[in-house]
Every structure is written in structure tokens, then in C-alpha cells.
Design a protein around this ligand. Structure first.
Ligand SMILES: C=C(O[C@@H]1C=C(C(=O)O)C=C[C@H]1O)C(=O)O
Length: 335
């Protein structure tokens, strides 16, 4: 099997868009659009050797960190505007911003998203493909007694409403806890004329239609985004309709999570936007498995090894999930 670095240095026409890389195996920066370091402590977005780089506090002392590396499709121009770091390559924009820890997140989340959307539209990349929202204390209460995830979702929703019609779609996303504080946001977007499809899952209520019982403003994400032949699968959990199922039962939650992804990527669902039809779990790669109880990781790992390809890159992260009753969540990419 190719090493991560080999993949990064392969000819561009064959090189995948995103890959996992071991720290230290840092390929030459000229082909890198951006780098996200999954590590113990995390650090604010910066330009490291000219490459947008952000550290996210997602791993424990016992787990090895890794880098999520976004490959460039052409010559890269990178920059910083206030707290935003970004890079463009003529085809994609990568952008990242951190919201530092505070009592209430709603306004700061809206401002962060607003500034990111302004940059994306001004640079000519308004087609958001995939967003990652890493929210410290995600199921803790803010200073007003409101769950931080719900607080964050309200600000994000307000920003999407402000930019409706200019930011072209609500994309695939992940909203997950961290082992630190504050919010780390990063995303990739494409040109306005890029062919981008956003998918929902017939087994699940679209998140942006969740009832107010889940928060004052519904979460702003699609179940998947298909663009440039790449399928970005949002964080997926044991939710049928809008309800958590198999509360307290890790085995049941793993089964429903895998069933949800299977339906999402099926020919019946993905075939609507992909002439070649759908995929199976064996096609998934760059899989992040989020597990809220550390004691469940061995079981979840054993179930994942049964269903995913032995060639798939899979990481297991012990962090809180966006609902207290969710025990596992899985995101992936097919490229
Ligand atoms: C697990 C769910 O939502 C999570 C939260 C998301 C967000 O708020 O961006 C996106 C996907 C998941 O990480 C779900 O509602 O099904």
C-alpha cells in the first residue's frame, strides 16, 4: 500500500484531493493547499512555511496524531486576513478561523462565518464543498445555560441566512467535540461554476429541518456533497428521522450509523447525481470515527474493520458528539 507521502507526490492527475499523513512525513509544500494537524493541544490557524496550518486538539497522549492534508490542484496563493488564513489554487479555496473560548458563542460564530463567507465570495469560491466545525465543550452549557452546540448552531444559521443566494449551498459538514476549548472552523470551497450536488438521506430528516426541540436554530449542513467526482460524507450518527435511536447501546448505534451511510451512498440515492451509481462501505476512505466513551473504542474498531476496506485510512477519536445520547459518529470521503 502506498505511503501517505507517496500519495501526495503522485502525479496530479492521479493524486487524491485529501489524505492523511503522519507528522514529520511532510511532503514538499508546493503541492499542499493546507494542512490540519490533529494533535493533543491544538493551535490557532497560521501560515507555516506559507501553508495555511491549524492544529486541532483531538487526540490523547496515547494516540498518535496525524495531519489531514489538502492537495493543491495548481499554483497556490496563500494569505491571512485578521483571524482567517486561506489558500487558493485556481480550483479550490481552503479557509480556517478559530473562535476562542467565551461565555456565549452565537455572535462570535456568526461573525466568524460571516467573515469567511465574505472572503470566499470576494475571492471567487462561493461553492462550499465541505465544512468542519470542531466545538470544544460541545455538549456543555454556555454562561446562559444553553448547550454550546445549540448556541453555535444559532450563530452559524444566522450567517447562512445573511449569505443566502451568494454562498450557494448548505454543504456537507461535521460538528463535533474536541479535547480543548473554543471552536475551530475550516472548509473547502469551489468556483461558482463548479458542478456541486448536495445530498440528503431518506432515512433522516434534513438537519436544517430539525424541530426547535433540538435548538433555537437548526444545524446548517447537508448529509453529503458530491463535487469533482469526490463524495464528502457528513458526520453520520444513530439518528432516524430526527431522533437518536439505541440510546446507551453502542452496538445498536454502530449498526444504525453504518446503515445510514449505506443508504446515503447507495445507487438509489447517489445515482440521482452520479451516472455511475452509488458506493458501498468498502469504498469509503479517510474515515474519522468519533467515539464518546473511550471504553467503546475497541468494539467500534472491531466493527469498522469488518465493514471497511483494509486499505481505507481510518482514525478513531475520543471526543464528545453533538448530542449527549450519541455514542459514535462516522465521517468519510470517497475520491
Ligand atoms: C450527527 C449529526 O450532526 C453532526 C453535526 C453537524 C454540524 O452541526 O455541522 C454535522 C454532522 C454531524 O457531525 C446529525 O445531526 O445527524
Amino acid at each position: 500500500m502506498s505511503s501517505f507521502v507517496d500519495l501526495l507526490n503522485s502525479p496530479r492527475e492521479t493524486r487524491p484531493n485529501i489524505k492523511f499523513e503522519q507528522p514529520g512525513e511532510q511532503a514538499d509544500s508546493q503541492h499542499v493547499l493546507a494542512r490540519v494537524a490533529f494533535e493533543k493541544n491544538g493551535f490557532a490557524p497560521e501560515l507555516h512555511k506559507g501553508v495555511p496550518t491549524v492544529g486541532v486538539p483531538m487526540t490523547t497522549e496515547t494516540e498518535p496524531g496525524f495531519h489531514e492534508v489538502f492537495a493543491a490542484s495548481g499554483p497556490v496563493v496563500a494569505g491571512r486576513e485578521g483571524g482567517l488564513v486561506y489558500a487558493v489554487d485556481g480550483r479550490h479555496l481552503f479557509c480556517s478561523i478559530q473562535v476562542t473560548e467565551r461565555d456565549v458563542y452565537r455572535d462570535a460564530a456568526r461573525i466568524a462565518y460571516d467573515s469567511a463567507f465574505e472572503l470566499a465570495t470576494r475571492l471567487g469560491y462561493p461553492n462550499i464543498l465541505r465544512m468542519w466545525n470542531l466545538v470544544g465543550g460541545i455538549i456543555d452549557d454556555n454562561a446562559d445555560g444553553v448547550e454550546i452546540y445549540r448556541d453555535f448552531c444559532a450563530g452559524r444559521s444566522e450567517a447562512f441566512a445573511l449569505w443566502s443566494g451568494r454562498i450557494l449551498h448548505i454543504p456537507a459538514a461535521t460538528g463535533i467535540g474536541t479535547r480543548g476549548n473554543g471552536v475551530y472552523l475550516y472548509f473547502i470551497s469551489g468556483r461558482a461554476d463548479a458542478e456541486v450536488h448536495h445530498l440528503e438521506n431518506p432515512r433522516q430528516t434534513p438537519a436544517y429541518h430539525y424541530p426547535e426541540s433540538y435548538g433555537p436554530k437548526a444545524p446548517s449542513f447537508a448529509r453529503a456533497t458530491f463535487a469533482d467526482g469526490i463524495l464528502y460524507i457528513s458526520g453520520t450518527a444513530s439518528i432516524i428521522g430526527d431522533e437518536t435511536v439505541h440510546k446507551g447501546n453502542i452496538s445498536g448505534q454502530v449498526d444504525v450509523t453504518l446503515e445510514n451511510i449505506t443508504t446515503l451512498i447507495s445507487t438509489e440515492n447517489l445515482g440521482k447525481v452520479r451516472a455511475e451509481g452509488g458506493y458501498t462501505l468498502r469504498d469509503l476512505d479517510l474515515i474519522k470515527v468519533y467515539v464518546s466513551r473511550p471504553e467503546d473504542i475497541p468494539f467500534v474498531r472491531s466493527r469498522c474493520e469488518e465493514v471497511f476496506s483494509p486499505d481505507a485510512r481510518v482514525v478513531y477519536l475520543n471526543v464528545d458528539i453533538c448530542r449527549p445520547d450519541l455514542l459514535v459518529e462516522i465521517e468519510a470521503i470517497v475520491q
